[in-house]
Design a protein around this ligand. Sequence first.
Ligand SMILES: [Zn+2]
Length: 208
Amino acid sequence: MEQARAELASRAVAQRTEVDDLADEIKKAESDVALVRSRRARDQQRLDSGAVGSAKDLEALQREVVSLDRRIATLEDAELEVMERLEVAQAEQQQLDKELDRIDAEMATVGESLDQQLGAIATEVAVVGTERQQAADLLPGDLLALYERVRAQHGGVGAGALRQRRCEACRLELNAADLRELAGLPADEVMRCPECNRLLVRTAESGL
Ligand SMILES: [Zn+2]
């Protein structure tokens, strides 16, 4: 979503630039028209004042007025065309802004949900950590130290239940000779899995 938003934002920046450029173009066109208009107004004033005596000058002045009118019409047509392009560009910009608002709102919702889930996971981690600590507190120190050592050596799993002749840590079934040997150990002796060397925990269904 962040990537989509970045792409959208860069499109919005490009669009805003186009809108600004078109607005500048219109300002320029307006000032061009104003220049020609003021020239035309000056000519009209001279025509109306009767100050232009010779028929030749009068004719030249009238021709210039006609030519200026054509020029004004051309400039205004061009300005109109730019105004239409500006309208389209502004509509596109508004659309992009709306999409940005929508993705921002969506990201806020997802972010909130993510925070909630992370919070729930953190709570669960704390609860499980407390339970683990309580369980660990019940164990003799040397057994706990052995367990931690084996756990560190075996990818985070230090012990497995022995159930139906199978070590539930490595999932291997123990052979009859190994089982006999384990069965012969005193009940307070720590069993090790002959296959993976992790601690084996006696259960009611150990099969010993
Ligand atoms: Zn094992």
